[in-house]
Design a protein around this ligand. Structure first.
Ligand SMILES: O=c1[nH]c(=O)c2ncn([C@@H]3O[C@H](COP(=O)(O)OP(=O)(O)OP(=O)(O)O)[C@@H](O)[C@H]3O)c2[nH]1
Ligand SMILES: [Mg+2]
Length: 203
């Protein structure tokens, strides 16, 4: 089976990429398989910039084609926050529960008709000797008033998926992999993947 490297240390993302790449015939490796690899500093000002930073850093180190994901939750009532700071919204320790509690508290007085939000995922692909490329996907929904469901990661328990009328964390993993921001971005990337991979072999 061919191998694809995803430049992430996020176990939730890693599982989703494994599920999504399997039918395409790829085995997924992530930075969780290389625990000594240092975390790439996300100094960009957009999801795309951060995704490229992660993909290019790891691609240069491994001399291989690499995909990276930079993603987050954008809430209209909070002027787009937590946005690119989603992972560390409540502090450096990247605690999903604390991040959700912070959002719920900030949205306590936000009425039901003003709770629109969306997940955004930028994927970057980088390979030796090639310019990095990005694609993006979004998933529309609303911020709930309490946590629901046990699947997924991050903010999934407080995000009501518009098209499913269920919390993202109430969807089975295979359902999330059909409709998520990550799935939509990956669908776009899928079209570009074969040429990138064939280029990788020559690099
Ligand atoms: O409920 C969620 N469902 C999702 O599907 C999802 N995708 C992203 N997020 C949030 O956005 C941060 C990404 O930040 P991020 O792209 O910098 O990743 P990260 O720092 O966790 O890992 P890495 O990939 O950088 O190693 C994550 O931690 C989460 O808080 C999600 N939350
Ligand atoms: Mg990160």
């Amino acid at each position: 089976m061919q191998e694809v490297i995803i430049a992430t240390k996020n176990a939730g993302k890693a599982k989703e990429f494994e599920r999504m790449f399997k039918p395409l015939g790829y085995e997924v490796k992530t930075l969780l398989d290389y625990p000594d690899f240092p975390e790439v500093e996300e100094t960009g000002t957009t999801f795309e910039e951060n995704a490229i930073l992660k993909a290019e850093t790891v691609s240069k180190a491994f001399k291989r084609m690499v995909i990276a994901d930079d993603s987050g939750l954008m809430i209209d009532a909070l002027e787009g926050r937590p946005g690119i700071y989603s992972a560390r919204y409540a502090g450096e320790e990247k605690d999903d529960q604390k991040n959700m509690d912070k959002v719920l508290k900030e949205m306590e007085n936000t009425p039901d008709n003003s709770r629109q939000a969306r997940f955004y995922c930028a994927l970057a692909i980088a390979a030796p000797g090639k310019e990095a490329l990005t694609v993006a996907g979004t998933c529309e929904g609303f911020i709930l008033r309490e946590k629901r469901g046990a699947h997924g990661f991050g903010y999934d328990p407080i995000f009501l998926v518009e098209e499913k009328r269920k919390a993202m964390a109430e969807l089975k993993p295979e359902e999330k992999s059909q409709i998520s921001h990550r799935a939509k971005a990956l669908n776009k990337l899928e079209e570009l993947l074969p040429s990138y991979l064939s280029g990788d072999e020559k690099a």
